[in-house]
Write a protein that binds this ligand. Sequence first.
Ligand SMILES: [Ca+2]
Ligand SMILES: [Ca+2]
Ligand SMILES: [Ca+2]
Ligand SMILES: [Ca+2]
Length: 252
Amino acid sequence: MFKFLVFLIVLLIPLKALGEEDISMPKLWWTFSTKSSITSSPVIADMDGDGKLEVIVTSEDNCVYLLRASTGAVVWQFSACGPIQGTPVVGDLDGDKELDLIIGCQNDYIYALKGKDGKIIWKYKCGGNIVSSPSMGDVDFDGDLDVIIASGDNYLTAFDGRTGDLLWRYETGGEISGAPALGDIDFDGKPDVVVGTRDHHVYAFNARDGKLTWCINVGHEIISSPAMLDLNRDGMSSVARRAIIASRRSGS
Ligand SMILES: [Ca+2]
Ligand SMILES: [Ca+2]
Ligand SMILES: [Ca+2]
Ligand SMILES: [Ca+2]
């Protein structure tokens, strides 16, 4: 049977972080097989707070796996009812000082899971399948992380990260395949969110209430996440100028 292996991960782990000696060349340390394709990127963090790193892997076999970074052993496994394609995002959603994670699933659900055991904190059924990764940030300034995710019904949706309560929704004109980008693009000290859609548009919103700031047609289908760049390299200055770069299917 064809195996879908997690193996490159161990080549990228800083070995000193695992208590090992430096080596000049990477080596294959362990492998882990899932039952279907892995289209997301692995995420490395100490999810159970024991001072040792774990690796989060999602698969189209409907599962999220938390693996010991040192051995590849399964710490926990969460089974959804649909393939998972996006990369998980990690943060302390419920304020207990322990890491949690967010994933979107092709069964239309977004799940908030406890990092230490994979138990559901909250879940929400969106109006379409979720293939992209979520984004995380405190968009309403209440001190708790919030979550923004795109779904196959062309909606961009923001949630209170602690409760999963809906903050706002916005229907774009096309499918959103890339993760929403969070950043302050209009220099007002408040976060904005930017997405590209398959209907050739780039949308920018006020991340707090989902109000549209602007929308432009770039003439090409957009399938990846936008990036934000500080063009004049003045760091956190309030007058920093940032540009948004949207990938286009043509490669231009
Ligand atoms: Ca750990
Ligand atoms: Ca937590
Ligand atoms: Ca918040
Ligand atoms: Ca702003």
